[in-house]
Ligand binder design. Structure first.
Ligand SMILES: [Fe+2]
Length: 382
């Protein structure tokens, strides 16, 4: 007997130009004349997107206040400042546009603005979210994190620890997948965010929580990422490739919302806690360091994932994944950035409690000694 849990997924409006629907979709949830907090990625300031979204909201009769005063990896204080703005303007909805940081911040504000407690009060499920939440609309402009589909928001505390807020109150009500919103993403960020989506899909399809129902999402995400990533990196104006990658990231987001990630994310988070490193690159390196080890205990999950990638079987997966990583320009060697970091120090980071859930999700059991082997491998692979 098996039990397969699939969580509710937000409504999706997709296709080129779909961003123009944001006003109508938001007004349908708030009623006419409502105030909206537009959480806009500061990186989009030079693009026409913010103006277009604001115009669509205004045309639907909504009042708009823009919040852009945040960084990549938003802090709890920035979430609190945005939530204060939502309270002051009596916003009934949050529209978040940008990468994972903007979406995480917007989702968190939507969950907590109905009460006065700060974001950290809700960390690690320590407190229930307020009963009244704001409508949450996500417009991803990168194709990677899948934040638009998940119940998770990551915020950085004042002591630099990254903590998660989790629950249905965090999940978006509406997702707008408009591939045109990703056209301005530079090649190196397209590569690093896209490989994160592929790693999400591969881990959800092969970890201990994987099941046939969730694989409908994970395998399709693997198929779309592996077929579109190189094209989107090579030619950022390739709208079909952008569309495929965007759908991959969304479907992979659903897959990890249901099934979580695995050891590549344990390693990725541990690396990023020691040195500044893009999340996508760090998890790709974690994947390269562990794929062969995981394959040694495959019960068919990796074989099925490899076939979704267009390969003949699991035996081809390590080489194919590494080839793709290098082909999109992601540097595999950490020698420059991690000089002076010992394998012991990295293994200790992997063993920390905040990485325990990802480690436990891995289907092959990970002993402490394995962590040291992974650490040596990821620090020396060239
Ligand atoms: Fe990730």
């Amino acid at each position: 007997m098996s039990r397969w849990d699939l969580a509710m997924s937000p409504h999706v409006t997709g296709g080129a130009g779909a961003r123009q629907a944001v006003g109508a979709l938001t007004a349908a949830r708030t009623g006419p004349g409502a105030e909206v907090l537009l959480v806009a990625d500061p990186g989009l300031a030079a693009t026409p997107l913010i103006g277009e979204v604001t115009a669509s909201l205004a045309a639907a009769g909504l009042g708009v206040t823009v919040f852009s005063d945040f960084t990549g990896d938003p802090t709890a204080a920035q979430v609190d400042a945005a939530a204060d703005m939502a309270r002051r303007t009596e916003a009934r909805a949050v529209v978040a546009i940008g990468g994972g940081s903007a979406l995480d911040l917007g989702k968190a504000v939507g969950a907590i603005a109905g009460d006065t407690a700060p974001a950290v009060a809700y960390q690690l499920c320590e407190r229930d979210f307020p009963a009244a939440t704001l409508a949450r609309i996500c417009i991803p402009t990168t194709s990677g994190t899948g934040s638009e589909a998940t119940r998770t928001a990551i915020v950085t505390r004042a002591d630099k620890a990254k903590v998660w807020l989790w629950g249905d109150a965090i999940k978006a009500h509406e997702i707008i997948l408009d591939p045109e919103t990703t056209l301005s993403l530079p090649a190196h960020l397209t590569a690093q965010t896209g490989i994160d989506a592929l790693v999400h899909a591969l881990e959800a399809a092969t970890n201990g929580n994987a099941n046939a129902a969730n694989n409908l999402y994970a395998h399709e995400a693997i198929r779309l990422a592996s077929r579109n990533l190189e094209a989107a990196v090579a030619d950022g104006s390739d709208l079909a490739a952008r569309d495929g990658l965007q759908r991959s990231a969304w479907l992979a987001g659903i897959a990890i919302d249901n099934g979580g990630t695995a050891v590549a994310h344990t390693i990725g988070h541990a690396l990023a806690s020691l040195r500044p490193l893009h999340h996508g690159r760090s998890v790709a390196l974690g994947m390269i360091a562990t794929l062969a080890w995981n394959l040694a205990d495959d019960d068919g999950r990796f074989d099925a994932a490899a076939r979704a990638m267009g390969l003949a079987g699991a035996h081809e997966l390590p080489e194919a994944f590494e080839r793709l990583t290098r082909a999109v320009g992601i540097k595999v060697s950490l020698a420059d950035e991690f000089a002076g970091v010992t394998p012991d120090a990295l293994a200790a980071q992997m063993a920390r409690p905040e990485n325990a859930a990802m480690r436990l999700s891995n289907r092959r059991r990970i002993e402490d000694g394995d962590l040291l082997v992974f650490a040596e491998r990821v620090l020396t692979q060239a």
